[in-house]
Design a protein around this ligand. Structure first.
Ligand code: TA6
Length: 288
């Protein structure tokens, strides 16, 4: 990694995996090359924005549990393959970066070809992360083949909350969703403020809305703005699924919620030869 940017240091993190640490005058972030995985974003003087499991694995072939998993080229389960695609399991290359200003640092990653990528039409996958008083992430996929390329992509963000029982999620009222807890039954969101009090696993469809997490305990709102994303997934594993996840603490569901910005299920994407897609999120906080 020969990228030299002020405020960016490179080191070996957990499990000896290479990572970069970024500091700005108002925030700090941490990104592992494994999966180009943002594992930390925190504004100075505030609790972390991203949740990280204390039981996460940091090893080749395993996903990191928490932060922002980069999901591509499929979402969810796939017969004979790891769930959520291979992008989060591969080592990405740090290909560039710059001090956008004294309060913002941008870095860029690329997914190198591998045995896993060869099963798919030729593509280029690039990931851009900009750290400032907000966190902006962009996943760009370019179809380098001579055929259409259909895939799903998702920034599967884990957010830290003070207490799952004291949050609500807004911005999805009226959206259709597939309820994975009822065999993907199709429903419509009736609530302006969604409360979570059981295992929740929903793929909201055809929505480009900004979502907010209103956290009464931390007295904070987290705003998830997005573009190039037609689906939003809302997930909390609650009690029983938490116990079934070896890389997730039994009681960690109290302090996290996933709001994932995706193109999944019937919102999957198709790129014509030479076309490029862009999935962007902009994460920010404000006092409640
Ligand atoms: O995004 C929700 C979901 O698909 C859930 O069904 C749950 O499986 C979660 O992703 C985590 O998946 P993972 O493969 O990271 O354990």
């Amino acid at each position: 990694m020969n990228v030299q940017i002020s405020d960016v240091s490179q080191s070996n993190g957990k499990g000896g995996l290479p990572k970069i640490d970024i500091t700005t005058h108002s925030s700090s972030a941490e990104i592992y090359l494994h999966g180009a995985h943002v594992t930390k974003f925190q504004k100075t003087g505030e609790p972390p924005v991203l949740f990280m499991s204390q039981s996460s694995r940091f090893q080749s072939g395993s996903p990191i549990r928490g932060g922002i998993p980069v999901i591509f080229p499929w979402f969810g389960a796939r017969e004979g393959h790891p769930a959520h695609g291979f992008a989060r399991l591969q080592d990405w290359e740090l290909t560039g970066g710059s001090d956008v200003s004294n309060s913002s640092v941008a870095v860029r990653f690329a997914l190198p070809p591998s045995d896993a990528t060869k099963e798919f039409p030729a593509f280029a996958a690039e990931y851009f992360v900009t750290v400032s008083d907000s966190l902006k992430c962009e996943l760009r996929i370019t179809n380098k083949s001579q055929q259409n390329f259909t895939f799903e992509d998702c920034l599967h963000t884990y957010f830290q909350v003070g207490d799952i029982n004291q949050i609500s999620v807004t911005g999805l009222k009226g959206a259709a969703y597939l309820d994975q807890m009822e065999n993907f039954a199709r429903k419509t969101e009736a609530n302006d403020q969604i409360k979570i009090n059981c295992e929740t696993d929903r793929i909201y469809l055809d929505t480009e809305s900004t979502v907010e997490i209103l956290d009464q305990k931390l007295k904070r709102r987290i705003r998830i703005a997005k573009s190039g994303s037609r689906s939003t997934v809302l997930w909390n594993p609650w009690i029983e699924k938490s116990k079934r996840m070896p890389d997730f603490g039994d009681d960690e569901f109290h302090r996290m919620v996933c709001v994932e910005s995706c193109n999944a299920a019937e919102n999957k994407r198709t790129l014509a030869p030479g076309e490029t897609s862009s999935l962007k999120i902009d994460l920010s906080t404000a006092p409640l």
